[in-house]
Design a protein around this ligand. Structure first.
Ligand SMILES: *Cc1c(COP(=O)(O)O)cnc(C)c1O
Length: 377
């Protein structure tokens, strides 16, 4: 089955009982047992719910793994995965991971003894030199936010295996339509499904797929024990979003290419970060491991004042955090998502005051280009 077909026919297609082609929303907490201990696969909705189960089967198929899990947010997914580890364990992470991931590792998981080291994982040797005796996993985000740095998934997974570490990949930016980390040897892939998988700025959710039955058993035990599950309404909304992921990603990327072409020729724009550009450092690696380059771009307009000016003039780019929806969203990382990082450290990382990040949406490309043109001039 090819990708676009799998997004529609993967998992559990429709409803056996009624023939409904869309999985119904089982808005239910408990299930009648035929006799004591005899149930039909569902007993209580924290443990399992038919709508959530259909979503979990779908994402399992789409990522090509053994078990899928749906959580109440991307952060709930990440935190639940970290509950696989014990106090005293250590994890090596990409240094510019999503801000919420950085926060949970440095302000919450550290309190229960899970240690973290952050390195530029686009250089493999940085990961290897951060490995300690108590290291249990490598946590990679590729490409990253906002500078779109790319990590080689195959090389990272091979290296992790050599040291008996689990490889965990946050695949939110590229989506399983373009990139399947498990196929390169990763053990766990996770998503903020709030972004492209949902795709319409109307649901907060997290998904995890594991490539091993035992890991699946362990994670189900954690999901059931700690309870950070996704509800049936949101599970249904997410399945609805995933059906169109393929055509959305194709169109997101087409629009992005046109915007990058425009920005490249614009005199005000200094640096453009997009892995689809042959000049981008991660271009060749991304080409090897992903069938698309996605729809996130960052570019520099020289100063914070200029960035403010541009943002104030734009009409179709909504000033907001988040990404991956039909609406084009724009942000200034230095003042928004990355404001908590000290100024000097930000500059070291390349997050200048004039850096603008766009999540390119699905509006008519001519409107987007005209809008950027008037705002930049
Ligand atoms: C948004 C995001 C998260 C967190 O997901 P929520 O659904 O907001 O909890 C994690 N990783 C990445 C890359 C994200 O963009």
């Amino acid at each position: 089955m090819r990708k676009k077909t799998q997004l529609i026919h993967g998992g559990i297609f429709g409803d056996e009982t009624t023939g409904a082609v869309s999985t119904p929303i089982y808005q239910v907490s408990t299930y009648k047992q035929d006799s004591v201990g005899q149930h039909r696969g569902f007993e209580y909705s924290r443990t399992g719910n038919p709508t959530r189960h259909a979503l979990e089967e779908l994402i399992k198929d789409v990522e090509g793994g053994k078990r899928g899990f749906a959580f109440g947010s991307g952060m709930a997914a990440i935190t639940s995965v970290m509950m696989l580890f014990n106090s005293g364990d250590h994890v090596v992470l990409t240094d510019d991971v999503y801000g919420g991931t950085y926060r949970v590792f440095t302000n919450v998981l550290n309190r229960i003894g899970i240690e973290a080291t952050f390195v530029d994982s686009s250089q493999l040797e940085n990961i290897e030199s951060a490995i300690q005796d108590n290291t249990k996993a490598v946590f990679i985000e590729t490409p990253t936010n906002p500078l779109l740095k790319v990590t080689d998934l195959q090389e990272a997974a091979n290296m992790a295996k050599k040291h008996n570490l689990l490889t965990i990949v946050d695949n939110t930016f590229t989506t399983p339509y373009f990139q399947n980390p498990l196929s390169f040897g990763a053990d766990i892939v996770l998503h903020s499904a709030t972004k492209y998988l949902g795709g319409h700025s109307d649901v907060v959710a997290g998904l995890v797929v594991v490539n091993d039955e035992q890991l699946g058993e362990d994670l189900h035990f954690i999901q059931n024990s700690t309870g950070a599950i996704l509800g049936p309404q949101d599970s249904w909304l997410l399945m609805r979003g995933i059906k169109t992921l393929g055509i959305r990603m194709e169109e997101h990327e087409q629009n992005t290419k046109a915007i990058v072409d425009f920005l490249e020729k614009h005199p005000v724009v200094e640096n453009i970060y997009y892995p689809g550009l042959p000049s981008h450092l991660g271009h060749e690696t991304m080409k090897k491991q992903s069938s698309g380059f996605g729809a996130m771009i960052s570019f520099d307009v020289g100063s914070g004042e200029k960035a403010d000016e541009v943002l104030a003039k734009l009409r179709y780019f909504t000033l907001a955090e988040s990404l991956g929806a039909v609406e084009s969203l724009i942000s200034v990382p230095a003042k928004m998502t990355h404001a908590s990082i000290p100024h000097d450290r930000r500059l070291e990382l390349g997050i200048t005051d004039g850096l603008i990040r766009i999540s390119v949406g699905l509006e008519d490309i001519d409107d987007l280009l005209e809008d950027l043109d008037q705002a930049l001039s």
